[in-house]
Design a protein around this ligand. Structure first.
Ligand code: NAP
Ligand code: HSE
Length: 443
């Protein structure tokens, strides 16, 4: 510590504490304050940080951390306008007033750390433009993968690579639900109810189970990996509500597990980006197949690095506080070294939007489950319809019945999604086809 102080004094830097204004003292805010207050054995720069103000909704709520009464306030505007605050840490969540407070803090020349993927995925363009104009940084390590370091690696350690694919299990709630459905053979709705009871799933699980949270996260990762802004509306998004225990059992028989994957892929630097979130059959030997429970993992593939996988706790007070505080520390280092020139490896300077390929152009394998009348020639007719559109089948199985109806499961070879959809439209018109209860993509 003394060495660091002497070094900074030698460099001419003025050695003063860095003041934080924290917006929110919930799960992540509390974890961050606890980490900052318990600095022994961690990085010495932590001692230079002062928790100056903390903004909350209610002053009457019991808190798990000790803070003096002058520190806690319900006036969050006052925090982002306070000239003494160097760094604003936004861990309140939601879209507004989080967006306006972040923008105000940046306009006031304060660096911002945020865990708010929803705000960054929607308002990133506005937020990063404001930051660049004000000459300050917005740090977002905790916005994807909780405690997993993946944002800084994409910005720095992997930045010389030509990234081909980012594939992630980036939502802990859905991974927990799918894992339990797999191991227990349970229904989606039963596991969701239990997960809510145990506190793993939120009371309103929409953003998680509909894939919206994962879409926010892959938009952020893709923007960093592929060097352009992503329009959130361009991210094709399917959740896990329609995944049934029947499909999970069939997938297992065929050598797969079902995971909610968030995928961004670009074949060449000039081709459009494919970006999507959907339940996917993952081969049991694939590294993402063994990521279970609330854990997250992100597999990055690029050239020349090959494959790198980041794995760890995707949520939780301590894990997320680790990411938030590492961002704070990076900014403290910036403030301490008085760097006048913006570091392009910390900033986000993309101006252009990535061109996104339509889903019809996606090439992937498909899994489809058909309920048909049990009559001769049905499999032949299915094969003919697929063949008419150049869809080649990898496997076709009929093992079960549901009442009077035969259950036929098909896995295709790689096929253009548009062709597969045309074949399905024709199949739907076959008199023997009762319904197509499931349609999933295969990795
Ligand atoms: P949380 O437990 O609900 O805490 C939110 C905090 O913000 C509370 O202290 C609340 O005050 C305060 N707050 C919210 N709206 C406010 C308003 N309008 N005015 C004043 N105070 C307000 O949320 P969290 O789980 O910590 O999540 C925070 C952010 O981190 C979110 O963007 C979330 O997506 C992200 N994140 C969370 C996790 C995780 O594991 N929880 C992981 C990664 C990222 P009161 O305490 O007075 O109610
Ligand atoms: N709801 C998120 C999840 C929390 O289940 O992964 C972390 O962003």
């Amino acid at each position: 510590m003394l060495y660091l102080q002497l070094l900074l004094l030698k460099l001419g830097a003025k050695f003063v504490g860095v003041k934080l204004g924290i917006l929110g003292l919930g799960t992540v805010g509390t974890g961050t304050v606890q980490l900052l207050q318990d600095w022994a054995g961690r990085h010495p720069l932590l001692q230079e940080i002062e928790i100056h103000r903390v903004g909350v909704r209610s002053l009457d709520k019991p808190r798990a951390v000790e803070l003096s009464t002058e520190v806690l306030t319900t006036d969050l505007e006052a925090i982002v306008n306070d000239p003494a605050v160097d760094i604003v840490v936004e861990v309140m969540g939601g879209l507004e007033p989080a967006r306006s407070l972040i923008l105000k803090a940046l306009s006031n020349g304060k660096h911002v750390v945020t865990a708010n993927k929803a705000a960054i995925a929607r308002f990133g363009a506005e937020i990063f433009t404001t930051a660049n104009e004000a000459g300050v940084y917005v740090m977002i390590e905790a916005s994807v993968g909780g405690g997993i370091p993946v944002i800084q690696p994409l910005k720095q350690s992997l930045s010389v690579n030509r990234i081909h694919t980012i594939t992630g299990i980036v939502n802990g709630t859905t991974n927990y639900i799918l894992t339990r459905m797999q191991t227990e053979g349970s229904n989606f709705s039963d596991v969701l109810a239990d997960a809510q009871r145990l506190g793993y799933a939120e009371a309103d699980p929409t953003a998680d189970v509909e894939g919206l949270d994962a879409a926010d996260k892959i938009a952020i990762l893709a923007s960093l990996g592929f060097g352009g802004r992503i329009n959130l509306q361009d991210v094709y998004t399917e959740g896990i509500r329609q995944v049934s225990k029947t499909d999970i059992a069939y997938a297992e028989k065929l050598g797969f597990v079902i995971k909610l994957l968030a995928i961004a892929k670009r074949n060449t630097p000039s081709s459009p980006l494919s970006i999507r979130v959907h339940p996917t059959l993952v081969p049991q030997a694939h590294p993402l197949a063994s990521i279970n429970g609330v854990y997250n993992a992100i597999l990055v593939e690029g050239e020349p690095i090959g494959q790198v996988m980041f794995f760890g706790p995707g949520a939780g007070a301590g894990a997320t506080a680790s990411a938030v505080t590492s961002d704070i520390l990076n900014l403290v280092a910036v403030l301490k070294t008085n760097t006048a020139v913006a570091n392009p490896l910390l900033a986000c300077g993309h101006q252009e939007y990535c061109q996104i390929a339509p889903m019809a152009e996606l090439t992937t394998r498909f899994y489809a489950r058909f309920l048909t009348n049990d009559q001769p020639g049905v499999i032949g007719k299915l094969g003919t319809c697929f063949g008419n559109y150049g869809v080649s089948l990898e496997s076709i199985v009929q093992t079960g019945f549901q009442g009077e109806l035969a259950e036929i499961v098909v896995v295709t070879h790689d096929v253009r999604e548009g062709n597969f959809r045309q074949a399905l439209a024709e199949i739907r018109n076959l008199s023997a086809i009762e319904s197509i209860p499931s349609l999933l993509r295969v990795l």
